[in-house]
Design a binder for this molecule. Structure first.
Ligand code: PLP
Length: 411
């Protein structure tokens, strides 16, 4: 009798996007003339930077020749890409990371989900609430949680609510936790953690022998100078933090797939008998055993993003989305709505009008303005009464959507 991993049965269905699709479909069937615009998408819409296209074309041609053909590459990524990441992302900000502390992958989703495999199953995890659901779900699968409770939280998990009341800054847990997931800029709230806040977490992690799992997938969207681009700008972080990065939102690689983990050699976990164990070799073992490398062609495309011309092109791309974010943020604020995010992030997080739930507001926005967004409650219990709009649409649709919200939404 093949037993199943019953932890999977604890998972909640991916109710959020299925329910959104269902409600939109029903609305369209009942209102065939309505032109529905989505500001709910978390996917980019602009094409890849020209530098990447050229680099990938060249790489394809190399694959056509016996002399330049490449088969399996190093599982951790080619040196040309790891060294570029070291220099352009880290050294340029005064952070010394070695190339062998960087592991190239097929994206941050896999990395955020897989990293927990090198940790003990008895560890306690802490997550900010609301947040990107992958951190929690992969820990449920691994058996690090109990069952779901009536309020939608899982037993055995430390939730750190992030709402307007605490300025979206998670409080240090009162109890000891072993693995701390932080995401800055945050999906969905669009808010960031300051240098001082991050320093508190690094101190906590050192004192508690915990590890910070830091998701910086949206780092390129930070516009304010004093917001850290990487956790390693904080002193001591290289001993307690693992960072996740992605070319997805940075350079339009959502369908092209490339990301990376930074795991400094000084980051240590512990064996049951209290001995220190560096995590870098464990991840190296895991990665090389279960992953055969990001395609050469894709790595060449990613490398091109990190050239001077590539950086110029992605700045323009990010700037386009951030202008959309400004249009959404200012448009909603002009109606008296309370908005957060959208300054260092492509996500605008708004407080729904008093007396409404996130889903009430979803229906109102769809029915009155024919706009689709994402109910905050889908990202965790503390997302209730909030709503996410994204800046990844076209300028034309963004302008049209905001105009409709201004003129048709009855507030
Ligand atoms: N981390 C966060 C916070 C995200 O919002 C996303 C995607 O939406 C990812 C990671 C996944 O990125 P990737 O496309 O690199 O898998």
């Amino acid at each position: 009798m093949a037993l199943v991993n019953e932890n999977y049965l604890k998972l909640q269905g991916s109710y959020l996007f299925a329910e959104i699709a269902h409600r939109v479909q029903k609305f369209k069937a009942e209102n065939p003339e309505a032109e529905v615009i989505s500001l709910g998408i978390g996917d980019v819409t602009l094409p890849l930077p020209q530098v990447s296209i050229e680099a990938m074309h060249k790489a394809v041609d190399e694959m056509a020749n016996k002399e330049t053909f490449r088969g399996y590459g190093p599982e951790q990524g080619y040196a040309f890409l790891r060294e570029k990441i070291r220099d352009v992302i880290y050294k340029s900000r005064g952070v010394d990371i070695e190339a062998d502390e960087i592991f190239v992958s097929d994206g941050a989703k896999s990395d955020c989900g897989n990293i927990q495999e090198i940790f003990g199953v008895d560890n306690t995890i802490a997550i900010t609430d609301p947040v990107y659901p992958v951190y929690l779900d992969t820990n449920i699968m691994a058996g690090r949680t109990g069952l779901v409770k009536e309020d939608g939280t899982f037993e055995g998990v430390v939730y750190m609510p992030c709402t307007a009341e605490n300025n979206f800054t998670p409080e240090l847990p009162k109890q000891h936790v072993d693995m701390i997931y932080l995401c800055s800029p945050n999906n969905p709230t669009g808010t960031t953690l300051s240098r001082d806040e991050l320093a508190k977490w690094v101190k906590y992690a050192k004192e508690n022998k915990s590890i910070i799992l830091y998701d910086a997938a949206y780092a390129y969207y930070i516009t304010e100078d004093d917001v850290p681009r990487t956790i390693y700008e904080i002193e001591g972080a290289k001993e307690v933090a693992i960072e996740f990065r992605s070319f997805s939102k940075t350079a339009g690689f959502t369908g092209t797939r490339c990301g990376y983990i930074v795991l400094p050699k000084a980051v240590k976990g512990y064996t049951k008998d209290g001995k220190e164990q560096a995590l870098n070799p464990l991840w190296n073992r895991r990665h090389t055993t279960k992953f055969n490398g990001t395609p050469y062609i894709i790595q060449r495309g990613a490398e091109a993003v990190l050239t001077e011309e590539g950086q110029k092109q992605v700045k323009e791309m990010v700037g386009y989305y951030m202008e959309n974010a400004k249009i959404i943020r200012e448009g909603l604020a002009s109606l008296g709505l309370t908005v957060f995010g959208g300054v260092n992030s492509p996500y605008v997080w708004l407080k729904v009008p008093a007396g409404m739930t996130s889903w009430d507001f979803f229906d109102k926005l769809l029915h009155e303005a024919n706009i689709v967004g994402t109910p905050g409650s889908g990202f965790g219990p503390s997302g209730e009464n909030y709503f996410r709009l994204t800046a990844f649409g076209s300028r034309e649709n963004t302008l049209k959507a905001v105009e409709r919200i201004k003129t048709q939404l009855k507030l």
